[in-house]
Design a protein around this ligand. Structure first.
Ligand code: TXA
Ligand code: MG
Length: 322
């Protein structure tokens, strides 16, 4: 039986107790839904890996509800980290820093660094505070599949395997946090909800890890965040033709061109007005819908690669069949 409760004082109290006692709770954050366990409980964290069918070498983000907790989790917090925390926390920025000894190895997959973030979603913050422990939480989806941006998405993928889902409606940002490694030269390991342009305004130029470099973060694996239906990105100025017997769907950036309405069986529009924030927010829900429509192929329109457009294109490229 899938247990979903609307977020309120009572359900959050229950959720906090489950976390403290070693259970798993899915909860909303401003980016995507997370699958949370007590970060200090290795057995509970091991269950996250099992439920998600996630490889053990993939470390998990630790979520905190209070700024000062970063000093408990990290052995060193450098000046750049302090500047970024002041400007962007709570929010969609995850920092990778040297870890302290209190974090079990299973959380960091044996690395000597830990990824920490303070989410801004009021329900996430309340839950962490009530649990009185940091919460280790990956996105609440099966490994490699689309991230969940509603409680229903979580229920479909993991419903019967976890203890509780807290329903807080749709996630306002809709793509995962930006992961920034600050242990050496600042390096973006995963493009996400906080645009790089914003980070660079505070700490100057950052490096962006490209696909050809060794994956330090599985969000960097070439195929990830994927629907089960094959997906192709439409090239600039490409004249599409689709064979009669092929059921194709379109992930449109803006109001689609008239001729597209005849070509495609299903169309999902990311943002009628072409707003990149709105597009990011709708990305995974539109892909979930198209993936359930029984299509042979999904075509995706490219979006401009500025601001959140970079994170959107990153997700689409990783979902694309190679
Ligand atoms: O928005 C988000 O970040 C969501 C919500 C729930 O907070 N969480 C999320 O977690 O997307 P997950 O596990 O799906 O992705 C975390 C990414 C992975 O690519 C992981 O490899 C990377 O962060 N990561 C975690 N710890 C790391 C570390 N110590 N060094 C490098 N990368 C790390
Ligand atoms: Mg994930």
């Amino acid at each position: 039986m899938v247990k979903i409760l609307k977020a309120d004082e009572n359900s959050l109290k229950k959720a906090a107790l489950i976390i403290r006692e070693g259970g798993l709770v899915a909860f909303p954050t401003e980016t995507v839904y997370g699958l949370g366990a007590c970060a200090f409980n290795p057995t509970a964290v091991a269950r996250i890996f099992e439920v998600k069918q996630r490889p053990r070498f993939d470390p998990i983000i630790v979520h905190i509800g209070d700024f000062k907790d970063i000093y408990k989790l990290c052995s060193k917090v450098n000046e750049k980290a302090k500047l970024l925390i002041e400007k962007f926390w709570p929010g969609p920025l995850t920092l990778v820093l040297p870890k302290s000894n209190i974090i079990p190895d299973i959380v960091t997959a044996g690395l000597d660094t830990v990824a920490v973030r303070m989410p801004s979603h009021p329900i996430a913050l309340k839950l962490i505070k009530k649990a009185e422990v940091p919460i280790a939480a990956p996105s609440a989806n099966l490994f490699g599949y689309l991230s969940p941006t509603t409680a229903e998405h979580v229920a479909e993928q993991l419903g019967d395997k976890i203890d509780l889902i807290i329903d807080g409606g749709k996630c306002p940002i809709g793509v995962e946090s930006t992961v920034l490694d600050l242990t050496n030269e600042p390096t973006v390991l995963r493009l996400g909800g906080l645009p790089i342009e914003e980070i660079e305004k505070v700490i100057g130029k950052v490096k962006v890890l490209t696909l050809s470099e060794k994956p330090r973060s599985p969000g960097q694996l070439p195929r990830h965040y994927s629907p089960r239906t094959p997906l192709k990105i439409i090239k600039e100025n490409e004249e599409l033709t689709i064979q009669k017997n092929v059921k194709a769907g379109l992930l449109a950036f803006k109001q689609p061109r008239n001729k597209y309405k005849f070509l495609f069986k299903e169309i999902e529009v990311l943002s009628e007005s072409g707003d990149l924030r709105e597009a990011a927010c709708n990305l995974f829900s539109c892909l979930h819908k198209l993936d359930k429509a029984g299509l042979d192929v999904i075509y995706a329109e490219p979006v401009p690669e500025i601001g959140l457009g970079r994170a959107i294109m990153d997700r689409l490229r990783k979902a694309e069949i190679k």
